[in-house]
Design a binder for this molecule. Sequence first.
Ligand SMILES: [Cu+2]
Length: 492
Amino acid sequence: MNRRSLIMLGGFAALACATPAWTRRRASAQTAPSAASEERSDYTIRIANGLVELAPDRIVSTTTYSGQFPGPLLRFKEGQRVVVDIHNDTDTPEQLHWHGQNVPVDVDGAAEEGTPYIPAHGLRRIAFTRGPAGLRFYHTHLRAGADLQQGQYSGQVGPVYIEPKREPGAYDREVFLVLKEFAPFFSRGGDMEPDFLAPATRVKALEEAGESAMRASLAKGMPHGYEVGYQLFAINGRMFGHGEPIRVKAGERVLFHVLNGSATEIRSLALPGHVFKVVALDGNPVPTPVEVPVLWIGTAERVSALVTMNHAGTWVLGDIADDDRKRGMGIVVEYAGRKGKPQWVKPRPSRWDYIRFASARVSAPAPDEVIDMTFAKRNAAAHGFNEWMINGVPFSMEKMEPLFRLRQGRRYRLRMRNASDDIHPLHLHRHSFELTKIAGKGTAGVIKDVVMLGGYQEMEVDFTADNPGRTLFHCHQQVHMDYGFMALFDYA
Ligand SMILES: [Cu+2]
């Protein structure tokens, strides 16, 4: 598919390519829809190429929002209307996706659903009502394919906080953390996934199917499909030791809002001597806030967790993967009056179990309909990349055909089966879902918009079809979604 295709590009944008910069700016201003042109915009976001100084000797060139990484924190109020101007100063038509908000298709920011592009050197004005409350984010939604400058590999990530009418849990102050890697490269895969999900029950039939397909491919002499790795790691765009420390006082209750802005990676986070009380997942308050020693955050997931600062010192808040933390994935937490070298202590082994945050009620309401989905991998089948299928079909960017039909008002259950050994962070656009079964264990009350499905595992999530229009479902791993791991729902 041609990313630079002129779908929905306005005439002014085409003209802009051939005109000097000063006229270009005037021309692009005119591409704003005239209907809302008298209204003032509440926010302006500028997509442009720029530099991000991860450390004085590690400055990367990438695309960012409004010249900074992460993009500006947008604080919204639940249920209020907002007008946003999105300028695109790059040569590539862009999409800006409002991840986790129940917005209409023309705002959502996914070409697959029919959102118009923000033209290259152009402007798009959008207006929408903000919600639901909690930690959301905005990011690009372009296919990157083999281009490691595009899509989520770029610096186009920014947090959104929609203030709820009632905060989950008392706290003294908030700290936003955006976890993100830079300087990506391809490698021949075959990496083992970290083993941290609970319940760990695998489905024998899925394992046999996945393993035999892999064996057959390797027996034919195929190498492993490409995977993505990174040279540089950062929290809030600074490598460990190069940003401002998080300065705290003894006894303070800090509410951390953590966003995994990675294109492909699962992240972990620990703070020696402290525990995280998880109060919200993907911005939604959990029924049972529980203390955990380590946060595990899949690609595009968010965790809001309270930490009581009750262990004075200078500490490393960082990823438990030593290599990644040493290459930058950490930030200093410094108590008032304490100096010295930040200390890291490896946390005791623990597992990440979404069910611990669930409601005491074991079962969710029965769905009106069940939709079965099986995810499978064809090793290295697409120009050396793994090709991904949902129910035997890789998504076609040319056809963009809906695979599933929804009827408004019905409650659907997605019964998802993973016939691969990879963990997939699965995302549904414009709707939130309730976790109802994980690896055979029933649950209720945890509301999310991304969930990690373990290798050869099963999971069920329910959602209500309450936001008409095309709705994209996909794995949030860029190298998976780009090679087939997407499906469209449409309302009948
Ligand atoms: Cu995936």
